[in-house]
Design a protein around this ligand. Sequence first.
Ligand code: FMN
Length: 187
Amino acid sequence: MKTLIVNASPRPKGNTAALIEALKEALNGEVIELSAFRSDIAPCIDCRACWTTARCIVRDEMDVIYGDDFDNVVVASPVYFCTLPGKMLSLMSRMQPWHVATFFLKKPLVLKKKKAAVILTAGGKGNASGANHHLRAFFRMLNAEGWAEHTVVSPSTDTIPAWEDEQAMAGVREMALWLNGDESQGA
Ligand SMILES: Cc1cc2nc3c(=O)[nH]c(=O)nc-3n(C[C@H](O)[C@H](O)[C@H](O)COP(=O)(O)O)c2cc1C
């Protein structure tokens, strides 16, 4: 089993990182962590090469996602302005070949079915409505399901850091059980 964790926080010892660590401790199999901030993933520049090939011509760490060789995908992110940080949106923009294949070329990419889960941390001054909107599109493109039932939020990190948020810490451990394939943890 291979799990891809996309980390959208710029803070190596922050709230999101603490929940990722707890998740990793409970996960079986191989874990690949991709940092939206520390990787060199470029944004889509609408060069339109994918309009003929359904492939992106830019080679960078986005190849981890394009390779489609993972069973689970987890997005772990702080909430910024009620949505995801810009670097994460930038990474998501590189899913444009999927859009092109599906809607322009009418030859949808055949991607492995995956489990999806989400970890969000928020200071407490806003909601995550925008984040959910983008996550829905991202997971649809990746053929990944289950995130609506498997989202863990640490909602008040300004006052309770995620590592002291017992509900969130327990939530990621449960998430790991589901990702590990323990069917008693629900669909
Ligand atoms: C630019 C920026 C925008 C933010 N916007 C929100 C927001 O809209 N709602 C909210 O609840 N918290 C917001 N926060 C607070 C972060 O979501 C919160 O501190 C988070 O736990 C940071 O996670 P990290 O320590 O893993 O990076 C914002 C923080 C920053 C730096």
